[in-house]
Write a protein that binds this ligand. Structure first.
Ligand code: FNR
Length: 394
């Protein structure tokens, strides 16, 4: 926080403001209409996104006074998935980042490494697994899989093998997006970024040997001979249109040596099922309100889920986080770590790698000061729990 005040107010201007609610507006001015529609657009009428945001303001922090920490700020260290992380946040998987910035995932993976924040790479990235790993250096990185249908198990196995070899230590399996949601902005624009090899360069599937050989035997052409057909085929592969079943988790457990986290859980019974399936974590998430509109806010389901399974696996949270205060509330309601989605994408639109770093740093600074001023000396459950909040609408 000292760092932020010094640099922000005196000698080095940050790439943009410290006002998190202005970032969306500022970033949207830098994006084309197509990109803006894709990044900022939601499913349906945007009801769930509004609920995601509104849920935070229903909870208020009740600060304690005269908590003497002898000048020490709260430590933000968090242990998840066998890693000791300096901050309780991770960079959420976001696809096709080259539509935002020509460096795309290379910028965000490098930013995450610089700020000591775990990086979750999307299957829908516009950069190969190996290049993201290189940009992320010795950072902590996790791989997110959009799970191809059983007919394409060989492609899934190949992606997991490459991710493992490239130093990704955990697997995040996204369960809420086996087909894209009803997204009016993209439909109005006739825009599907996954098909736009002119904007994203090669789709990441193009670098996968198993995908390449399947494409060749089906079309009798190399991927490069018909990029449009290949992009369409890759998109169908990672969004197969139907969901797997709980039994299929075993396949991933057999092919992935390391922790597995199920992303997109919103239901207590599903969270319990995840425990029974023997996975190491869940992400309580509704994909930022981009999939099922009219769905409950993600923060609204968090306390019940954390209460049911919080001591049995690592509970991650996302959807709607815009500030360090939001992070504090999600942690108080039972999350161990929060994933940051749109906010860092806005940072990337405004300042590339430096912009992403500014967002990550600002969120952690805001969180640290908020806890400190609220008399919450650490993230341990003893200090940070539901009792530091009240609901003002009850
Ligand atoms: C996403 N998200 C996402 N999730 C995932 O598992 N794989 C992906 O490729 C993507 N792609 C993606 C693109 C864009 C433009 C957005 C906004 C989101 C969802 C993401 O990981 C996360 O769940 C939400 O973004 C979190 O909500 P906030 O922080 O954006 O409100």
């Amino acid at each position: 926080e000292d760092d932020v005040y010094q640099k922000g107010l005196h000698y080095e201007r940050p790439p943009f403001t410290f006002k998190p609610l202005e970032w969306e507006q500022l970033a949207s001015q830098r994006m084309s209409a197509d990109t803006r529609g894709y990044v900022i657009g939601n499913a349906g009428t945007g009801e769930t996104e509004r609920k995601n945001r509104a849920a935070f303001e229903k909870w208020s922090i009740v600060p304690r006074r005269l908590v003497n920490t002898e000048g020490k700020f709260p430590k933000l260290t968090t242990k998840v998935l066998n890693h000791e992380c300096p901050f309780p946040i991770a960079v959420a998987p976001v696809g096709v980042q080259r539509i935002i910035n020509p460096d795309g995932e290379v910028a965000s993976a490098a930013a995450a490494m610089e700020e000591n924040v775990p990086y979750i790479m999307s299957t829908a990235s516009s950069t190969s697994i190996e290049d993201v790993a290189k940009a992320n250096g010795d950072g902590i990185r996790w791989y997110q899989v959009y799970w191809p249908s059983n007919e394409h198990d060989d492609i899934t196995a190949s992606l997991l093998k490459r991710a493992k070899a490239a130093g990704f230590t955990a697997l995040f399996v996204t369960l809420d997006t086996f087909v894209l949601g009803w997204r009016p902005s993209d439909m109005d624009n006739g825009y599907n970024p996954f098909l736009r090899s002119d904007q994203i360069g090669v789709a990441p599937g193009f670098t996968d040997p198993v995908f390449r050989s399947r494409f060749k035997s089906k079309h009798n052409q190399e991927v490069e001979d018909n990029v449009h057909a290949a992009a369409a085929e890759w998109t169908r592969t990672i969004f197969p249109g139907f969901s797997h079943s709980w039994e299929d988790i075993k396949f991933l457990q057999e092919h992935w040596d390391g922790p597995i986290v199920l992303k997109g859980v919103q239901n207590v019974a599903d969270a319990q099922r995840a425990v029974e399936a023997g996975v190491q974590g869940i992400v309580v998430s509704n994909h930022a309100g981009r999939q099922v509109d009219g769905g409950i806010s993600s923060l609204g389901v968090l306390p019940r889920i954390a209460e049911a399974v919080g001591d049995k696996l690592d509970v991650f949270f996302d959807s709607g986080i815009r500030s360090g205060v939001d992070i504090a509330k999600a942690l108080a309601l039972g999350a161990k770590m929060c994933l940051i989605g749109r906010q860092y994408i806005y940072g990337m639109a405004l300042g590339g790698q430096g912009g992403v770093q500014h967002v990550l740093k600002s969120l952690c600074g805001d969180l640290e000061l908020t806890l400190h001023l609220s008399g919450i000396p650490s993230l341990s459950r003893e200090h940070l729990n539901k009792d530091v909040l009240v609901r003002e609408d009850e």
